[in-house]
Structure formats: structure tokens, C-alpha cells
Design a protein around this ligand. Sequence first.
Ligand code: GLV
Length: 317
Amino acid sequence: MKKILITRKLIKESEDKASQTFDPIFNTNDELYSQSKVIEMSKGCNGILTSLTDKMDKETINKLPDTIKIISNFAVGFGNIDLDAAKQKGIAVTNTPEVLSDATAEIGILLILGACRRASEGIVSAQEGGWKWSADYLIGKQLTGARLGILGMGRIGQKIAKIAKSLGMIIHYHNRSKLSEEKELGATYHDSIKSLFSVSDVLSICCPATKETENMINKETVEFFPKGAVITNVARGDIVDDEALIDALNRRKIYAAGLDVYKNEPNLNPGYNKIKSVFILPHLGSATKDTRIAMANLAIDNIDEFFKTGNCKNKVN
Ligand code: GLV
């Protein structure tokens, strides 16, 4: 049986599956391992099942024992892993696409609703009590008829587009390539972010974090938006330059932001705390029981497929 290090605690059903498939090392206390601890604990192992909280940078990967042949990431995103370093060391990297698209799209819609309809301010007022209804009390932005720009029209982006369309939003998108009409569902394609941002009353960031998308929302690009636009991010914090967004929010160039992800998680840039129109969640995109089980099971199946066939359909490097 292959020996596998599983760096974070999984839901019981998935740990049971791992025990039936491999000889696993579990993290029973769900301690956040340091990079040196991951290196140390992976001695004698054939693979590692990592989470997005594990920083598998070049230095860490180079120090892994030669017996490690696969890093199976328990996430669709893999910005926490240096793919080239892994490839050079002959380590396959896999991810868990598709199974989390529905849950993540739900959070993407929650971010749009929460930011546009001033949910953070509403929650505080309701909890404090003493709020007074008036015709213009906590007026927000209506989604019906608003233009939603989707940056990254993959599975999650397409699902958000579908739900947003049913809410009466008009969908625009930018992607590396134009989708087929069948997948586009009437959405308008933009071949540049400038063109997309200039028609986005609301933006939903759904693209992967790569060298190309790092800080795509920045001091310069934030000016492309119509005044009073709303920016939401369900993808990865690295795509947004926080200082630029905070500045745009303070100037009211950007009306509100909805963020499920941000740089340096779990430590939020304190600049956001002073802005009432920010609706922030602690990276809940895939956080439903069914989805987390499906993700972990797929991460386990990816390792199994790799050792049985020498390849894996979810290999990303
Ligand atoms: C969650 O953020 C994931 O990438 O799976």
C-alpha cells in the first residue's frame, strides 16, 4: 500500500476512504504544519495530500524526499504549489476541479448580493438595534438590470453567470478565449480587461491566480470601471492589489467590495476594516459538507489513479 501524508484533517468519511485506499498519516489535531514539518513528516511517503494552507514553494519541494511522486491538492486552485519546481523534481501535481463549482458559485452570488445590498451595514444595525426605517435607509444597488462582468468564465464563472442572469443581470465576460455560444448563454465577450471593466457595474473575479492575473485589480485598472462599481472576488486574494482597492473604496470610485478571499489570509488588510461597504467572508467558497467530502475524495482518487496508471486526468503540471 502506498504511504500518504495528509497535511490537514479531513471530514471522517474521507479519512475512512483514505484508510481503505492507502496507508495514510493523518493530522488528528488539524495543526497547521510548517514547511519543515511537512518535509520531515513526508519521509517514507509516496505522496502528499495538501491543502491551500500549505505553501509548497520551490525550496520546500526541492527538500522533499525522492520517494514523493505526487502532490494532490485538496482545492481547485493550486497557487500554493510551485508547479515548475514539482515538475523538475518529477512530482505530479493534481487539483479538484468541478466538484466545488456549485458551492463556490453560491458564495460568488452571496458576495454580489452582500456587497450591492449593504449586508454588512444591515447586520450591524440590526444587531445594535435602534435603527429607524426611512425611505432612503440603507439604500443599496439593485441587481436587476445591472451589468455583471465576469473575469474568468470557467466552470464557476459560468455557474455565477447562470444564476445572475436569472436575477435579471446582464452578463459580460473576459476569458483567455471566447466560449462557444452554447456555453456563453447570451453573455457578451470582451477581449481585454479594460473593455470588460468599463461595462461592469459589478465585477465577479473567478479566474485562477497566476503570474498573469496577479494584482490585475490595481491602481491603473480600477480606473477602468464606471464610477460606483462593485468588485467581488471568489477566486484568490493575489488577484487584487488591496491598497489600490481600499483607496478606490475610500474615494467612492468603487462603491462596495465583496471578498471571500484576500491576500495574506487569515490576516485581512486593516484598511478594509474601516470601510462599511465591504462585505467579507473567511474563504468559505467550497465550505459545504457535501462539497468538502467530494473534494477530499477526488484528491484521494487522484493519487490512486496516478499510482495505478502513471497519470491522472486532474494533473496540472
Ligand atoms: C478553494 O478555494 C479552492 O481553490 O478549492
